[in-house]
Unconditional design. Sequence first.
Length: 176
Amino acid sequence: MIVVVTGPESVGKTTLCRALSAHYHGMLEPEYARTYLESIPHHYTYDDVEHIARIQYMMFLDYRYKNDGQYVFFDTYLIITKIWFQKVYGVVPQWIDEAILSSMVDFALLLEPDVPWEADPLRENGAAEQRRHLFNLYKQELEYFKIPYSIVGGSGEQRVKNSVNGIDTFLRYKPK
């Protein structure tokens, strides 16, 4: 089962993915964008973001078609990259929507921006209203693409428990 964790910057996606992969004895696919951006000597460009999106999609497909039922938690997803393109460049590569549609995400966790912002050189949207706006955009995209999801709030261990509850509830009522 593939679970994507999404939400605005600095909501604990990485920490949550680590906890969930341990809880479910699953795998964690780290955020490729962070790894890539930390490796380049310049401010990112449109081409850099498209490269990130293509690698994310290839990694996703790799798990989709080779996964033997094990849980895999993705610490980002193409919806975040799509919104990134819209916000920064005002245009999204044509292939992104089709990639989202064809990726067949099993479930998503949408994290509330209800934890304190932690500044970091790669983060750009720290104001509370920006975080809430991005949260709403991610929610709209999940609904547009009909990806089942649970909204997760709380901090620390409560956030993990709320996520586990969301996943377990989904699995209990998931059509066979």
